[in-house]
Ligand binder design. Structure first.
Ligand code: DP6
Length: 404
């Protein structure tokens, strides 16, 4: 038996991917760019075991057995095995050639609620592909395989600031993720996730973007005429650590993505009233200071992702706490990196006009840019036991409170 355990991060796009030009290969209509979040706060863990006694490939997600025959899972398994065979061909019968003939058991769990709308498929597929590659000893470019699990997953194959270059080829071989800058490049950057609702999202990204491609003229305009320029501007803003430009572009691109959803027929609404209040609050906060100190971004759900810099984070969290006080149910409101309480200038409170929305935000996760996938060296983190079946620990079943 051979067994490997790895972890992989979540990423948040600041230039959004929305719309495919090729569905089966998952080739996008435009390039996109994201920030990889730190795995201390949000990560997927995956263990893969290969054993001659296993009779079939099997997968468990957050403690429950799932269907291994889903086409996207099968694409990833097939492609990584193909790559492993190719790299091994000619080197004769060795350990890897032997385990390539074995069936695998895969067990994967998130340390955050899957239904909270936090791109779990990106971290999940990135982790699966990375772990299988370690099992079969495959090195090098893997984002093209992760992409075939879920488009955004290709960006979770790197840490820091990552672009997914859309490519031109019909076979997708040039549609890959590339590192823009590593996680150490902008150490002051902080990211807050304002979890507005744990409801499962109504329209999945996959289905939503399919309808947008079929019906939204704005999507075509965006992909052809807006995103190429924004990609260049965003890369420049990141390289220069220019928060004013980074924040404005991030907000504009999130807004255009949601405008595209509204331009889809029938329209798709991912933002709710809490999201709209967060948008208003961010603009009033920035207006008070006369510059962009915080920026929001929303994916296919109502949770706000806030980008800011370290000197602003304590004050802005205080503002969020005032605006969206926690429901008094005893659950921790702040998770992740430590936050100090900060006095709020009187003028600021008046300027942001706090009209209180109790319980609108369930909790806030405080994090920062982080590294790409890593192999675990600690056997106690393995999700499969010596019998090749999931261990019955909270890590395997997906603990919702497992933020450090
Ligand atoms: C709004 O990668 O989940 O988060 O490729 O169909 O699996 P599929 O879609 P997915 O879409 C993510 C959309 C987004 C924007 C982004 O992450 O770029």
């Amino acid at each position: 038996m051979k067994q490997v355990t790895c972890t992989a991060p979540v990423n948040i796009a600041v230039i959004k991917y929305w719309g495919k030009r090729n569905e089966p290969l998952i080739l996008p209509m435009n390039s996109s760019l994201s920030v990889t979040l730190h795995q201390d706060q949000l990560k997927t863990t995956t263990t893969v075991a290969a054993n001659r006694n296993f009779t079939e490939d099997r997968i468990w997600l957050n403690g429950k057995e799932d269907n291994i025959n889903q086409p996207r899972l099968q694409s990833c398994l097939r492609e990584i095995r193909r790559l492993a065979r190719k790299r091994r061909s000619g080197s004769g019968e060795d350990g890897v050639s032997r385990i390539l003939n074995y069936k695998v058991h895969i067990c994967s769990a998130n340390n955050f609620p899957t239904a909270a709308g936090l791109a779990s498929s990106a971290a999940g597929y990135a982790c699966l592909v990375f772990t299988l590659a370690k099992l079969y000893g495959v090195e090098g470019e893997l984002s093209g395989i992760a992409r075939q699990g879920s488009g955004s997953a290709c960006r979770s194959m790197y840490g820091g600031f990552v672009q997914w270059v859309m490519g031109e080829r019909e076979d997708g071989k040039d549609s890959l993720a590339e590192l823009v800058e590593p996680e150490t490049h902008w150490p002051e950057l902080r990211i807050l996730i304002l979890v507005a609702s744990a409801e499962k999202k109504h329209v999945s990204s996959t289905a939503g973007m399919q309808t947008s491609v079929q019906t939204s003229p704005l999507l075509k305009l965006r992909a052809e005429s807006v995103v190429p320029g924004r990609m260049n501007e965003m890369i420049e803003a990141i390289k220069k650590k220019d928060f004013e430009a980074f924040g404005q572009l991030t907000m504009k691109d999130s807004n255009q993505f949601h405008a595209t959803c509204l331009d889809t027929y029938p329209p798709i609404f991912y933002l709710n009233q809490v999201s709209q209040r967060v948008i208003g609050l961010v603009h009033r906060y920035n207006a008070y200071y006369g510059r962009t100190k915080v920026a929001y971004s929303f994916d296919a759900g109502p949770n706000a992702v806030i980008f800011t810099l370290e000197p602003t984070v304590n004050e802005f969290v205080e503002v969020v706490k005032r605006f969206f006080p926690p429901e008094s149910n005893g659950d921790p409101y702040l998770k992740g990196l430590p936050i100090q309480s900060a006095p709020l200038p009187q003028g600021l409170l008046a300027a942001v006009e706090p009209d209180v929305c109790r319980g609108g935000v369930r909790y806030v996760i405080v994090t920062q840019p982080g590294p790409g996938p890593v192999e675990s060296q600690d056997p106690s983190l393995d999700l499969l036991g010596p019998d090749g079946l999931p261990k019955t620990t909270p890590e395997v079943t997906g603990s919702q409170e497992a933020f450090s």
